[in-house]
Structures are given as structure tokens and as C-alpha cells.
Design a protein around this ligand. Structure first.
Ligand code: HEM
Length: 243
């Protein structure tokens, strides 16, 4: 009898994201979009970045938008500092409160550490290399591997949560006269308000790159399944069994 081999595809549903993670995720998305757009509106009306304590038009800058083809006047006409400031301050507090609720809720839960912390085995160079290879080749995880975040995912989420987001908060506070009036040490920590502002923008660029890669990964892994999981919590795992 001729031996026939076929791939049977079956679906299994797993509960991937808690209600708290889903609500906080979408609040982060909306606040991030507003913070980015309003930040760009503020930046356009002062399109140069400086290092240290001093910065004004004509002072040696570390970045000038005019070097990239948009003059000060053209950028100024595109920006809107008043609109930008209102929305930036509003969403900064929504963003921070949401982050505190998310971390407060998750940090005392064992499953958060299980979900987010890479194991010793995952941190082995060979494992990291294999994972990077899968990412570069846009190869999505299947079967058992799709049940958990992969190690690069874990590392990037941890860096965003515990490094970049807090940095946005601290470098943002260092630019707020109302805050630095009561805590001037924060400006000294950065070596000047201009440095805090420049680093706030650098961290913005890093976050935008993270979001771009994150969205590409969502599409590589299956956008419908990923977005549905972030709305309903349920994630479909495609099992491949040789029969
Ligand atoms: C991840 C979220 C955030 C992004 C993408 C972002 C982005 C930006 C950008 C691009 C600017 C323009 C820089 C300039 O030209 O001055 C800016 C300014 C600023 N940001 Fe943020 N920011 C974020 C979060 C925050 C947070 C959480 C705070 C509050 C603590 C904050 C406080 C400020 C302040 C005070 C300014 C200066 C506004 C002004 O000149 O009136 N930002 N932000």
C-alpha cells in the first residue's frame, strides 16, 4: 500500500493577554500616537536641538532641521505649539497613570515574570542567534514556540517598559518648569534642560523604530490573529502534525 504523508493543520486556542494588559495596551497606543503627534507639533516650532544648558536660534546646535531641507520658517508654519502643548501634557498624564496601573497590576503576579523574563537557556548565544535568524528571515513561530514570547520580544518589551518609558517620563519632567522649580536637581542630572530635550527626542526616535518593528512583526506573525488576541485575549495556535 502506498504510504501517504500529509500535513494536518489543527487550531488550538490559548488565553494570551489578560484584560488589564489589553486595556492598558490600547490606552498606550492612543496616548503614544497623541504624544508623538503633539511632540512633533512642538518640535516644528523650534526645529533645532542643543546640548547643555543653553539653546537659541543661532547657537551651535547638535541637530538642525534646516540641514535636512526644511527651513526654520517652513517648519514653524507646519507646527502648532499651543495645540501640541495642550495634548502633550494631557496625554503625558494618561500615559503615566496607565503605565503605573499596568505595572502595579502585573508586578505582583507570578505569571508576568514567567511571560516576560527570558530563561537562562533563552539567553544562550546560540538561542539568541537562532531567534535573530528567524526575525531577519521573517519566519513566524508555530506550534509550541508560538505559545510564548520569543527571547528578542521579551528583551525589547522589558527595555521599552523599564528603560525607555521611564526615560520619557524623567526627561519630560526635566523640561517642565513647574516640576524643575521644586526639583532643580533633575536638570543638573542631565547637565541642562537642552540636553534633556535632545535626549527626549532621541528616545522618541528609538521608540518610533521599536513601534515600526513591532507592527511589522504583528503582520509577519498574522495580523488578524495578533490583533484579535489583543482585543479578546484569545490567540489561535496552528499545530502542524505529520500524519
Ligand atoms: C512615549 C511618549 C512620548 C513621546 C513620543 C514624546 C515626544 C516628544 C517630542 C517629540 C517633543 C518635542 C521636543 C521639543 O521640541 O521640545 C516632546 C516635548 C516634551 N515632552 Fe514629550 N514625549 C513623550 C512622553 C512625555 C512624557 C511622559 C512627558 C511628561 C513627563 C513629556 C513631557 C514633555 C515636555 C515637557 C516637552 C516640552 C514641551 C514644551 O516645550 O512645551 N513627554 N515630547
Amino acid at each position: 500500500m502506498k504510504h501517504q504523508s500529509r500535513i494536518q493543520k489543527s487550531k488550538e486556542w490559548v488565553y494570551r493577554h489578560s484584560l488589564n494588559a489589553r486595556i492598558c495596551h490600547w490606552i498606550t497606543v492612543v496616548s503614544f500616537v497623541y504624544l508623538l503627534l503633539s511632540g512633533i507639533m512642538i518640535f516644528l516650532q523650534f526645529p533645532e536641538l542643543y546640548w547643555g544648558k543653553v539653546g537659541f536660534q543661532g547657537y551651535p546646535a547638535v541637530f538642525r532641521l534646516s540641514d535636512w531641507g526644511l527651513s526654520w520658517e517652513e517648519a514653524d508654519a507646519l507646527g502648532n505649539r499651543r495645540w501640541g502643548r495642550s495634548y502633550h501634557y494631557l496625554f503625558a498624564w494618561i500615559f503615566i497613570s496607565n503605565g503605573v496601573i499596568y505595572l502595579g497590576w502585573n508586578l505582583w503576579q507570578k505569571k508576568f515574570y514567567k511571560k516576560m523574563l527570558p530563561s537562562r537557556d533563552e539567553l544562550r548565544l546560540s538561542h539568541l542567534k537562532a531567534d535573530l535568524g528567524n526575525h531577519v528571515r521573517f519566519r513566524a513561530a508555530k506550534g509550541n514556540a508560538a505559545r510564548h514570547y520569543n527571547v528578542l520580544q521579551k528583551i525589547s518589551y522589558l527595555m521599552v517598559l523599564f528603560l525607555l518609558f521611564p526615560f520619557m517620563l524623567v526627561s519630560g519632567l526635566a523640561q517642565m518648569p513647574a516640576f524643575t522649580a521644586i526639583s532643580p536637581e533633575l536638570i543638573d542630572l542631565f547637565g541642562g534642560r537642552q540636553t534633556a530635550r535632545t535626549l527626549h527626542v532621541v528616545a522618541t526616535v528609538i521608540l518610533v523604530l521599536f513601534v515600526l518593528v513591532h507592527v511589522i512583526e504583528v503582520f509577519v506573525a498574522g495580523a488578524v490573529n495578533q490583533i484579535r488576541a489583543m482585543i479578546t485575549g484569545n490567540y489561535a495556535i496552528q499545530a502542524e502534525d505529520e500524519k
